[in-house]
Design a protein around this ligand. Structure first.
Ligand code: COA
Length: 379
């Protein structure tokens, strides 16, 4: 297209309207389904919050057990899916999840049904099965058989049971549940946009979510918390933070867990997860040491970023404390982005449903910068 201004990263472009979530980057506010994030996370279960996104309103408290039971009934994986996870057992968990995700419609009679009912059926299956896939992968790569899901535990507790083989402490399951609610939806982020672009072609839910998993994996989106933990482990003690961070910045590298395309103040999800990380640190000496180190690294990083990039407002983002919360529940850094996907899948499914209802092909234009008028004869 000639003449139009190019917005390479689509900053400031309003590509659609949504009732699902609102991100106010200046005020540091995240609203999901009408609720500020601090009002939802830790107060309603992930299953209830997911149902809210799919139905448009929080279910009544007395419906929560039935909702949990219904979602639990979809947790088991088909042998074909388990076979793929087995084949991919040495691949990173997020890649195994992407491969397995594409198979999660095998038991649905018409996976191309993009009516609200068809979308809801797949939303429930994908959200119920993502944790089963990640847990099966965790077991298989350690040379163990996957542990079949239990239906008497909530999604978070059952995931931890399938990974570790024993029922988790309620506080640990609660931390994971809070994390999943905190990250379940976040406006027009890259993976959600990817899902919506795919859905806008009238393609199906599983195709859209498989694409979204691929978009989430990159370190500029969901792949940051693993490197955050690696950074804290490498820094080791508060007094070494300044030198470590300065070296990274001198080399032109980015500090993981800081900066955000939309937030110019502290990410409100960092606030929620910092509290969860602190609760998890509790009396556990190792977790407490890491938490204290993280607080001090955060302070130093914010100071250095302000010095090096004045006016850029590079503040702590969700991934910084995600790393601490997921580490404290016993997970490995390379599993973190797959954990993110287990929460965000509820939002992706809601956006795909919304996009199907809007039924408008997303098709922007590009500025052509290549040559013109070439003829094959001049090669
Ligand atoms: N560490 C160091 N410098 C950073 C930075 C970080 N974490 N985040 C941004 N910057 C710098 C950029 O290098 C750029 O500097 P320059 O203008 O001198 O070249 C400036 O700040 C603006 O960066 P820009 O890339 O335009 O910001 P963005 O809005 O496109 O980037 C992120 C947003 C999230 C991609 C970016 O902040 C980042 O890479 N953060 C680290 C990864 C991370 O935590 N991702 C999880 C996001 S939830």
């Amino acid at each position: 297209m000639a003449g139009a201004a190019v917005a390479t990263g689509l900053e400031g472009v309003v590509a659609t309207s949504t009732k699902l979530s609102m991100v106010d980057g200046q005020a540091g506010e995240l609203v999901i389904g009408g609720y500020p994030i601090g009002e939802l996370a830790g107060k309603v279960s992930f299953e209830e919050a997911a149902t809210m996104l799919w139905r448009g309103a929080l279910p009544a408290k007395e419906d929560a057990p039935a909702i949990q039971k219904e979602l639990a009934s979809y947790r088991a994986l088909r042998p074909e899916t388990l076979e793929i996870i087995k084949t991919a057992r040495n691949a990173p968990p997020i890649d195994a999840l992407r491969m397995a995700c594409a198979t999660l419609s095998l038991d649905v009679s018409n996976p191309n049904d993009i009516s609200p009912a068809g979308d809801l059926a797949l939303a429930k299956r994908l959200t119920a099965r993502f944790p089963t896939v990640v847990a099966a992968h965790a077991r298989l790569r350690q040379g163990h058989d996957p542990i079949p899901p239990r239906s008497d535990l909530n999604l978070a507790a059952n995931f931890l049971y399938m990974v570790f083989g024993e029922e988790p402490h309620p506080a640990v399951a609660k931390a994971l549940d809070t994390y999943w609610v905190t990250v379940m939806d976040h406006g027009m982020n890259a993976s959600t946009f990817t899902a919506r672009v795919i859905a806008s072609t009238r393609s199906d839910m599983v195709s859209a979510v498989t694409g979204a998993v691929g978009a989430l994996k990159g370190p500029l989106h969901g792949g940051a918390p693993g490197p955050v933990l690696d950074m804290l482990v490498d820094i080791k003690s508060a007094e070494k933070a300044e030198a470590w961070l300065s070296k990274e910045l001198d080399a032109g590298r980015r500090i993981m867990g800081f900066g955000h395309r939309v937030y110019k103040v502290r990410d409100p999800r960092a606030e929620v997860l910092a509290r969860t990380a602190e609760e998890m640190a509790g009396a556990d000496l190792q977790n407490r040491k890491l938490y204290d180190l993280a607080r001090s690294v955060e302070k130093t990083a914010l100071r250095l970023l302000e010095q090096r990039k004045p006016g850029r407002n590079l503040k702590t983002n969700v991934e910084f404390y995600t790393a601490l919360v997921l580490q404290s529940v016993g997970l490995q850094p390379d599993q973190f982005v797959a954990m993110f996907a287990c929460g965000r899948v509820a939002g992706w499914c809601a956006h795909v449903t919304e996009q199907h209802a809007q039924d408008r092909l997303i098709r922007p234009q590009s500025e052509y910068t290549g040559p013109r008028g070439l003829t094959v004869g001049k090669r």
